[in-house]
Design a protein around this ligand. Structure first.
Ligand SMILES: C[S@@+](CC[C@H](N)C(=O)[O-])C[C@H]1O[C@@H](n2cnc3c(N)ncnc32)[C@H](O)[C@@H]1O
Length: 246
């Protein structure tokens, strides 16, 4: 038990350079989210070492915690990049796929039979917009309520698209850093990566959430394949996989 607690604390420990960062602490305790703190130093490394040109992209934003951290670290590192994000704001009941549940459960929020799932996902979407508008009102990332594969196809098409803040953006172009934290299924992550590849340039960084060895996610399975994919070099594989395009 003690070693379990120790492992948890180590995993969630920030490196010294970030531990005393009050802005970062303020984001993490204010904006709801699922950001694994072990991703923070990896994000910082990716930002410090990414190519000199190209956009930063996040797949899977939830209420904006990781995206606000990304924008914060970019500003801290004096990197003025275009930042984009996409999330379909889907409901994912953790038990849905495994349990034989009744129809009303499938329409409502777990534990709250009086709350419809659509209302819950709209609440998350509103929370995302409010959080981004609070922390980065003058520098809002291009943010889209889209399935990741649709969004990435729009990126490939170079589509001009109005985002959830009513800003018009031209999608497309090089991607210097992608943080992948949407649906964690193997096929989905693999398709996302393949749609991203044509937009990478030498040195582009990719951080794949929940990809540490032994994790029970499709993203972890994909990470094992990426390790022997000649197109990529591994930068860090101690926890989640940070890798770069050769
Ligand atoms: C683990 S959460 C992201 C957590 C977030 N990065 C944070 O820091 O809190 C995964 C998110 O991915 C979104 N998602 C799941 N499948 C998706 C898909 N196929 N396309 C776009 N978004 C998806 C969900 O709506 C959810 O908000």
């Amino acid at each position: 038990m003690l070693s379990k607690i120790k492992n948890f604390l180590i995993k969630n420990e920030l490196p010294a350079c970030l531990k005393n960062d009050e802005g970062l602490q303020r984001i993490l305790c204010t904006v709801p989210g699922m950001l694994d703190t072990q991703n923070v130093p990896l994000m910082l490394q990716a930002i410090q070492e990414m190519p000199e040109k190209g956009a930063v992209l996040e797949i899977g934003s939830f209420c904006g915690q990781s995206l606000i951290v990304l924008c914060y670290l970019l500003r801290k590192e004096k990197q003025t990049r275009k930042v984009f994000a996409c999330d379909a704001w889907l409901y994912e009941g953790w038990l849905d796929k495994n349990s034989h549940v009744d129809a009303s459960y499938l329409n409502t929020l777990a534990g709250f039979p009086e709350i419809q799932r659509n209302d819950y996902t709209d609440f998350l979407y509103d929370s995302f917009k409010r959080n981004l508008n609070f922390f980065f009102p003058n520098d809002l990332p291009g943010s889209y309520r889209e399935l990741s594969l649709s969004f990435l196809n729009y990126w490939t098409e170079g589509k001009e698209l109005i985002d959830c803040f009513d800003n018009k953006n031209n999608l497309g172009g090089e991607i210097a850093f992608a943080f992948i934290d949407g649906g964690h299924a193997y096929d989905l992550c693999k398709q996302e990566l393949e749609l991203l590849v044509p937009h990478f340039i030498t040195g582009s960084k990719i951080l794949l959430d929940d990809s540490a060895k032994g994790q029970n996610f499709g993203s972890a399975r994909l990470a094992q394949e990426i390790k022997s994919d000649a197109r990529f070099s591994i930068i860090s594989a101690k926890g989640n996989l940070l890798f770069e395009y050769r």
